[in-house]
Design a protein around this ligand. Structure first.
Ligand code: HAM
Length: 433
């Protein structure tokens, strides 16, 4: 028997019945992001592995466990390792920063506002809402001297605005601050010192986090670990007065925009590049993979990757999770408006020329390209949810007309067409649209 192939684990086919949902989300997001002054950037879907390791951090879960390396390009290439070779992008902040530096964008404008929409790849264990190929809508605002609480508030508010504009309501925004690079170091030390006596009581993951990236112990979901960490009462003790003031200004600006949020001292984010504001939007209806999106400030990343010392902030929203939250999968697609049925060979030819005239007029239409029973074709037209059916048969051809069935009203009428003049019919079909 011939082998059949299934879609690779952790990926999915977006079939025509759902593609319109994707198209609508992308269109709406693009429109909104443009109104905030963001312009689209498209970068390759793979980059040097080292770019991701240097930006997200060698110890981050993504770099340690989830990178999808590309096979070596030829016998001379060294085999892929954690640092050599190319990898599919697990996220796009690093790639956008790489493009920002490579294309010298800092010289061209003081604040570069970029957005992207596209696939990302992580070798995770797939489950509902967690895929190996998923899609993000992301923004990055990068520029020298742009560390401003107003910009932070604008970017955070924008992430909320995008979700609201797509019709989502039940989500929650959590924000926190990691402070400056110095504060973050202080935070790490405090946590390390505080947790040391409890290491044997931590879960296996947290014992590993303690060694690799102690901040990640803060968002462990295990009850035991949560209680230990809460007991340390780290709060915002690690923040300098300047960082505290800055965070206060961010929350004030969010208040002035009417954005609802909760300050969560446990929110740290798993990527190394963040400093100051970090935020996450979750939707409890999604279950364990409940983060719709997340972001934060990353003022040191551009210089770390060899660029000028510029400030930056951004976020990314997960499209699959947005769609899950919208529960739009079951919606029927908007199909074509008009379906043409030819009832014999000569009528089929007439139907074909009419179809092409209607399409050129911008009237979305389709036809049955072969002869089958009228009953079958009407059933198909009903299933597609078309607004009108045009019937052409021997009688119609003889009388130079078509039968137009209005599927919403259930009425039908004959409309005259003389030769190739379909004007009357076109007028009828565009009435009220
Ligand atoms: P992230 O938290 O890794 O951040 O991902 C952002 C969002 O992408 C998540 O909240 C989630 O909705 C979606 N996502 C992540 N992994 C998966 C997956 N395996 N399957 C389905 N959806 C997923 C970033 O990627 C940062 N680059 C965000 C950022 C931009 N920070 C600053 N600028």
């Amino acid at each position: 028997m011939t082998k059949t192939f299934s879609v690779p684990r952790g990926t999915s086919d977006i079939l025509p019945a759902h593609a319109h949902v994707w198209e609508k989300i992308e269109r709406q997001a693009r429109r909104l992001l443009n109104t905030y002054g963001y312009r689209e950037i498209r970068t390759p879907i793979f980059e040097e592995t080292e770019l991701f390791a240097r930006s997200m951090g060698q110890t981050s879960d993504i770099v340690q466990k989830q990178m999808l390396h590309l096979a070596a390009q030829g016998p001379k290439d060294s085999p892929p390792s954690q640092l050599s070779g190319l990898s599919l992008r697990p996220e796009n902040t690093a790639a956008v920063v790489r493009a920002y530096i490579h294309n010298d964008l800092s010289r061209k404008e003081s604040l570069t506002k970029l957005f992207y929409i596209g696939p990302m790849f992580r070798g995770e264990r797939p489950q509902k809402g967690r895929l190996r190929q998923f899609h993000q809508i992301g923004v990055e605002a990068i520029g020298p001297g742009t560390l401003s609480p107003l910009l932070d508030a604008e970017v955070i508010a924008l992430s909320v605005h995008v979700l609201e504009s797509l019709g989502l309501k039940g989500f929650q925004l959590k924000i926190n601050t990691l402070g400056s690079l110095e504060d973050k170091k202080h935070f790490t030390q405090l946590l390390h010192k505080g947790l040391k006596p409890y290491v044997p009581e931590l879960c296996e993951d947290c014992r590993e986090r303690f060694e690799r990236n102690v901040l990640r112990t803060l968002d462990c979901k295990q009850k035991g670990c949560r209680e230990i960490v809460q007991g340390l009462n780290v709060g915002h003790r690690y923040l300098s007065p300047e960082s505290q003031k800055y965070f206060h200004q961010v929350t004030e600006a969010l208040d002035s925009l009417g954005v609802q949020y909760e300050v969560s001292v446990k929110l740290v984010r798993g990527l190394d590049y963040y400093t100051h504001a970090v935020f996450e939007i979750s939707d409890p209806s999604l279950g364990s993979q409940d983060a719709l999106g997340a972001g934060g400030r990353y003022d040191n990343l551009v210089s770390q990757l060899g660029g000028p010392p510029v400030d930056a902030i951004g976020f990314a929203l997960g499209m699959e999770r947005i769609i899950l939250a919208l529960a739009q999968e079951e919606q029927t697609p908007p199909s074509v408006n008009v379906y043409i049925i030819g009832m014999d060979e000569p009528s089929l030819k007439k139907a074909f020329s009419l179809l092409n005239v209607l399409r050129r007029e911008g009237i979305s239409s389709d036809m049955s390209y072969r002869l089958t029973s009228l009953k079958n074709q009407m059933r198909w037209a009903n299933k597609m949810g078309v607004r009108a059916v045009i019937l052409i048969g021997e009688d119609e051809l003889k009388r130079q007309c078509v039968t137009l069935k209005d599927m919403e009203k259930g009425s039908q009428e004959q409309i005259s067409i003389t030769g190739d003049d379909y004007q009357l019919l076109k007028d009828k079909l565009t009435q009220g649209s």
